[in-house]
Each structure stands twice: as structure tokens, then as C-alpha cells.
Write a protein that binds this ligand. Structure first.
Ligand code: GLN
Length: 495
């Protein structure tokens, strides 16, 4: 049974026709950490949805791929889950991810890594002979369950690229909506000011179908965007560029950010990108080079802010009120509460999460606050200002909102590579001892995705073809806040 939550589930699946091949596929990919029991199947709507394991479901465990939450089942469903179920969607299970969403390769998981299931059309290579590559993270299980070709779509979360990076590595479509459009109620927080729930599927049409169901105002989420702001943003977007059905992309201005081609970018990703650009040009879109000068600072700012927020969010898992309790060993004085907490936290959290807690706590400490946390917030504002400067559409949320002076010169969407390379090979068990270099390398994978996260903008990765190594390459489309429809419309052209 692929489910590793021993003792928390019973396996009914062998009795269900049609699920057998599904189980076999999952056993080699490790995308699902829990498969929904068959009684949940009603199939009114033709949507089979896998749910990332940091989104609460009352009928299935929610572990966030952490020992800390092993055996935890939420008493309620997240709003996104409720919305999908109300439409008759069939939940098929919970997907593997990096622990609490922290990671880029889905290797920091209590349930072990996800194996990238991508198989080029026509390839006859046996599964066992294939190179083992990462499915990307943190939503690797969601991307892999879509890519494994089982007619699934998936719910996932994106804090700093966790939908777009695995989508790019696995060759599927992944949308991170504008911040605040989709409810976070019942979604386990990693970094609240960045966390977004989004969708992965094989086509932009299916992504849109799911997005339309889940993007509704939820008063239970205090950071939810108000219906007035949503309406205003859609109106502004339509006023700027609207295509009549069946028409070309005439008048659409696509910005190519010059800073999104850093030295780390693998040249083999450029050919598919160029092909997409040429196609868009042939459809009468105008390509315009633009500059977003704060981009090189975004990654550092992202890791300071996300770790600071994570350190605060992870504080609730103390093993006493909440989370895994590990009995205090005899060599520790158990009359001291700090020892009891520390022991449970050291055993329940994996190394990467512990590292982020330390980094975040340090950034928030009195000595480091100004130099790290505050500085990172300043960079975040500059990143936002960069985007607002180039878009033709004003940001309806920006307090210093002004009509873009050069609206007729502004761009409608940005387009750039989703990742600096194709899926990286998974390290073998022997060299799993990570060097500082490989940890940093994992952080850098999201360098092109974090700016849109810092600015709360909609961004979608669409498969653009294969790199020279035969693995998928994705391109990302980024729009102004609330232009999610436009992002999907341009994404559909790139498919
Ligand atoms: N690589 C980023 C991180 O580790 C992405 C995480 C995410 O989007 N959940 O923080």
C-alpha cells in the first residue's frame, strides 16, 4: 500500500476496479500519501482532484509530510475542499509535499521523495530503467499525480514557487492565483503573507474550471480579497485589453523581463521559450523588453520573510497542546517545560524545517531585525513597485495607486522561463548527505518565481516543450493583481 501512514488507514482499494493501476502507478511515483476510501466517490462532476497534504480534509489525514502531524485528521474541511465537493468533485487522496511546504525538490518529506513520472510521448523506456529525477517542490506530489496521466487535477499551495516549479519539472500546467482570491481557511500556514492555494492540471481549461470554483470570497479568511477589489481588478484588466473570441492577440503587449535570464539559467531551456515567443508574435502579440531591477534581491528577501513567518507559525507545534509528543529522555530534566518542548520539536520536525525556524527566529531577534527582516520588507516593496511600473493595468490594491502614466506603453503580462533548468536528478541514498552547496542550489531553483509571490501577483507555468535532455521546460505568465483570467488566456495560447 503506497500509504505510509501505517495504522491510520485501512486499505480497501484492492477491491475497487480501476484503482489497481492507479495504485501501481502511485507505488513507483510516491505522489499520494493517502488514497481516499472508495465511499467518498460520487463522481457527479467529471473532476478527480488530489489534494496537497497541507490542506485540511475531514475524511483523510493531513500530515504536511511531517512526523509532527502524523496521525492528525482535521475535524473540518478547508473552504477550497468544501467548494470542490459542493460541485461534486471526487477527492482521490492527499499528495506528498516538502514538509510544511518548505523546499523546492520534494525531498524534505517524511513520506520520502516524489519521483518525477514524466515520460516523453512515444518513449518506450521501462519505468525501472529511467533516470530518477525530482518532481519539484514543494507540491511535487500534486504535479506528479497530474503528470502520471491518471486524468487527475490537483489542489496545491504556492508560497514562493511551489506550484510553478513542480509544474515546470513535470510538464503540467500550474496556476498560483493572485494573493487573497482563494481562501486559505483550513490550509496549514507556512508564511501567511505569501501562501496561495492554486491548481495543477493537464490543460489550462481544466485549471480554469477548478479556479472558477475555488476563487470566491470567504469571510473566514481574514486576508481574503474583498469582492469589490476583485470586481475592480477584472474591470481594469478588461478595459486594458480584451479579446473577442477567435481573434488574434493584436494589441496584447507581453513584457520580457531582462533580469529573468540570470547566469544560473541553463541554455537548453531557451529553445522552447523562443518557440513560444515566436508563436505569440505570429499571433500578433507585441513583445517588449522590460526591466525589473529589484529582481536580484528578491530571493534573499523571500527566504528572510518566509522563514520569519514560518518560525512564528511553527511555534504552535510544541508536542503538548499540538503536534507530536516524544517522551523526554532520562538525561533531560523533564521538570523544565523548555526541555519537554525542545525534545518533541527536535524529533518531530525535519532538518530543513528546523533550519528555517532558526533562520526566521534570528531574523526577528532585536539585533538582527533592522538588517534582515525590515530590509527584506523594503525589498518586497521595491519588487512590487517594479511590477506596478511596467504593467499597463493599475494595481487596485496598491495604496499609492495612480493611473500608469504610460498605460499605452505598459505591458499586459510578463513572460519568462519558469525554472533555471529541467528537473534535477534525485540524489542516491549514498550521497543524500546534503552539502551546503546543494542546499543553496535548491533555494536558487525558485529564483524566477519568488518575485510574483512577494508582490502577490497571479502567475502560471505552462509546458513549453522539452529541453535538450528530453525533460520538460515551462514558461511562466505573470499578470497584474486580479488579472488571473488574462494570465490563463495567454497561457492557453502557449499550450
Ligand atoms: N522553495 C520555496 C521554499 O522552500 C518554495 C516554497 C513554497 O512555495 N511552498 O520556501
Amino acid at each position: 500500500v503506497p500509504c505510509r501512514l501505517a495504522g491510520t488507514t485501512k486499505c480497501f482499494h484492492s477491491k475497487v476496479p480501476g484503482l489497481l493501476s492507479f495504485r501501481d502507478a502511485n507505488a513507483s511515483v510516491n505522489a499520494l500519501v493517502h488514497i481516499a476510501p472508495p465511499e467518498r466517490v460520487d463522481g457527479r462532476l467529471d473532476l478527480r482532484v488530489a489534494v496537497k497534504d497541507n490542506i485540511c480534509t475531514s475524511g483523510m489525514p493531513t500530515t504536511c509530510s511531517s512526523a509532527m502531524l502524523l496521525g492528525f485528521t482535521s475535524p473540518f474541511d478547508a473552504t477550497v475542499v468544501e467548494l470542490l465537493q459542493a460541485e461534486g468533485a471526487q477527492l482521490i487522496g492527499k499528495t506528498n509535499c516538502d514538509e510544511f511546504g518548505m523546499g523546492s525538490l520534494n525531498t524534505y518529506s517524511f513520506h520520502n521523495p516524489v519521483i518525477n513520472p514524466f515520460q516523453a510521448a512515444g518513449s518506450t523506456v521501462q519505468w525501472t530503467d529511467r533516470e530518477r529525477r525530482s518532481a519539484g517542490g514543494s507540491s511535487g506530489g500534486s504535479a506528479a499525480s497530474v503528470a502520471a496521466g491518471l486524468k487527475e487535477s490537483a489542489l496545491a499551495t504556492d508560497t514562493g514557487g511551489s506550484i510553478r516549479l513542480p509544474a515546470s519539472y513535470c510538464g503540467v500546467v500550474g496556476l498560483k492565483p493572485s494573493y487573497g482570491l482563494v481562501s486559505r481557511w483550513g490550509v496549514v500556514s507556512y508564511a501567511d503573507s505569501l501562501d496561495c492555494v492554486g491548481v495543477m492540471a493537464r490543460s489550462v481549461d481544466t485549471v480554469k474550471k477548478l479556479f472558477d470554483v475555488i476563487s470566491s470570497y470567504d469571510p473566514k479568511d481574514p486576508t481574503a480579497a474583498h469582492p469589490r477589489a476583485r470586481k475592480k481588478a477584472v474591470k481594469a484588466s478588461h478595459a486594458s485589453w480584451l479579446r473577442a473570441p477567435g481573434e488574434s492577440l493584436k494589441g496584447l503587449r507581453i513584457g520580457i523581463p531582462q533580469e529573468y535570464f540570470p547566469s544560473e539559467l541553463d541554455a537548453s531551456t531557451l529553445k522552447p521559450l523562443r518557440r513560444v515567443l515566436e508563436y505569440l508574435k505570429s499571433r500578433d502579440a507585441t513583445l517588449i523588453p522590460v526591466s525589473l531591477p529589484t529582481t536580484p534581491y528578491a530571493l534573499s528577501a523571500y527566504y528572510v520573510i518566509s522563514s520569519a513567518e514560518a518560525s512564528s507559525n511553527m511555534a504552535r507545534y510544541d508536542g503538548v497542546q499540538y503536534g507530536y509528543f516524544s517522551p523526554t529522555p532520562p538525561d533531560l530534566d523533564k521538570t523544565k517545560a523548555a526541555n519537554v518542548y525542545a525534545h518533541s520539536r527536535s524529533s518531530g520536525f525535519g532538518n530543513e524545517v528546523q533550519k528555517r525556524i532558526l533562520l526566521g527566529t534570528y531574523a526577528l531577534s532585536a539585533d538582527a531585525f533592522d538588517n534582515y527582516f525590515l530590509q527584506a520588507q523594503r525589498v518586497r516593496n521595491l519588487v512590487r513597485a517594479d511590477f506596478d511600473r511596467v504593467f499597463a493595468v493599475p494595481n487596485v490594491l496598491s495604496p499609492t495607486r495612480r493611473k500608469n502614466k504610460a498605460a499605452e506603453e505598459g505591458i499586459h503580462v510578463l513572460l519568462h522561463p519558469s525554472a533555471i533548468r529541467t528537473a534535477p536528478p534525485l540524489e542516491s541514498r549514498d550521497d543524500a548527505q546534503e552539502s551546503d552547496e546543494s542546499v543553496l542550489d535548491a533555494y536558487v531553483q525558485d529564483v524566477l518565481n519568488v518575485p510574483a509571490s512577494l508582490a502577490g501577483l497571479p502567475a502560471m507555468s505552462v509546458p513549453a516543450g522539452l529541453g535538450e535532455d528530453g525533460w520538460p521546460v515551462g514558461v511562466s505568465i505573470v499578470g497584474q493583481w486580479g488579472s488571473d483570467e488574462l494570465v490563463m488566456e495567454v497561457g492557453r495560447e502557449c499550450e
